[in-house]
Structures are given as C-alpha cells and as structure tokens.
Design a protein around this ligand. Structure first.
Ligand code: PPS
Length: 197
C-alpha cells in the first residue's frame, strides 16, 4: 500500500488483553444454514459472559443488515462478506475481546484467510455439522423450501457449494443433542486447548 504508514501506539494488544484478564480469541462457527451456528454461538457467549468474559458475537444475519448490507450471495459476495468479518474480528481481538462468529463461511479459502489474518493460536474453527437433510427438515426460516422452489438462487447446499472443514479444531455433530450438552462440549474443548481458563 503506497503512501500509508502503519502507526504503532503506546497502548497495545497485550496491555489491553492484560487489562481484561482474558486471552483474546476468535471462535469461528461454520456450517450450513439451519445447522445451529447462531444458537450455539449465542449459548456459548452466554456461558462465557456468566464467567465475566468480555465477548462479542458477530452474526451473519445481523452483519448483513449493516456492514455487509450491500452484499448478496454469489461466490464473490460471500468471499467479500467473510473478508470484512475477518478484518472486524481481528480488530476486536486486538481490542482484547473473545469474538464469536456465526457465518456459513462456505469456502475453505476464506476461512483460511481469516485464520492467517487473526493468527494461529487465536483462531478456533468450530464445524457445526448437521446433515443437509436435517437442516432442510428444520428449515427455521423457510429458506430451503424457497430454494427448492427456485425462488432463491445460490442457496448453500442446494445450488451453492459448502466446503466442510477438513481439520477444524472442534467438530460438533448437531443432530439431536441438546444445546446445553453441546455448549459443555465446546467449553471442555476450549479449556483442553488452554484457550479459556
Ligand atoms: S455467507 O455464506 O457466510 O456469506 O453467509 P452468511 O453471511 O452467514 O448469511 C447466511 C444467512 O443468510 C440467509 N440467506 C442465505 N443463506 C445461504 N444462501 C443463500 N442464498 C441465502 N439467502 C439468505 C440465511 O438466513 C443464512 O442464515 P443462517 O443463520 O446461516 O441460516
């Protein structure tokens, strides 16, 4: 980037994290529409907040009302969506927060891009794995029905690809287990990795 110089400030990432008394982190939920990303991320955030952790949840549907309100669902728009969210998540980690994100984030390349941007050790990929048939059966927003009818184009799992993570840090099977049990699984996995106390 020409003519733009990075400024280093006296209050830095380490001092902000120390002030908060927590390890900043991005917990990146990925999975099909209706797999349970937002529900699980919300429940985990509640559990972390109850332990006085300072968190922020970036949720796909909400972010698309503002920051990414200009983006649709073709491949290029999804790539840009995830790029922007990755940059915001990185800023929030810099601010000392535990960031939870709930985006389909269907493409491996963009998830890797965010992993590299945030940095290994501060990025945890959580694959919320629910079979397409289960998501379609749940269809909480009626979107699968519309996609099957041809009223929505580029719908993930129907006529747009979902590239499942090959080596996520955490792989949650979400087909019937209660949310509380899955949140316990998540917290145990995060503790085992030394990412939360
Ligand atoms: S992406 O792929 O990461 O950019 O998508 P994301 O920002 O997470 O937005 C997904 C939510 O948008 C709704 N929606 C669609 N999803 C997939 N494909 C198409 N074409 C589409 N159109 C609208 C849908 O409610 C998704 O929410 P979730 O919570 O995942 O069901």
């Amino acid at each position: 980037m020409s003519n733009i110089v990075w400024h280093t400030h006296a209050v830095d990432k380490e001092s902000r994290a120390e002030q908060k008394g927590q390890k900043p982190l991005v917990i990146w939920f990925t999975g099909l529409s209706g797999a349970g990303k937002s529900t699980l991320a919300g429940a985990l955030e509640q559990a972390l907040a109850a332990e006085d952790k300072h968190t922020y949840l970036l949720d796909g549907d909400n972010v698309r009302h503002g920051l990414c309100g200009d983006l649709g669902f073709d491949d290029a728009a999804r790539q840009e969506n995830i790029r922007r969210v990755g940059e915001v998540a990185k800023l929030m980690v810099d601010a000392g927060l535990i960031v939870l994100t709930a985006f389909i984030s269907p493409f491996r390349a963009e998830r890797e891009l965010v992993r590299n941007l945030v940095g290994e050790g501060e990025f945890v990929e959580v694959f919320v794995d629910a079979p397409l048939s289960v998501c379609e059966e749940r269809d909480p927003k009626g979107l699968y029905k519309k996609a099957r009818a041809g009223d929505i184009r580029n719908f993930t799992g129907i006529d747009s690809a979902y590239e499942a993570p090959q080596q996520p840090e955490i792989h949650l099977l979400n087909a019937g287990k209660p949310v509380d049990a899955l949140v316990d699984e998540l917290i145990t996995a995060l503790r085992l990795r030394g990412l939360i106390e």
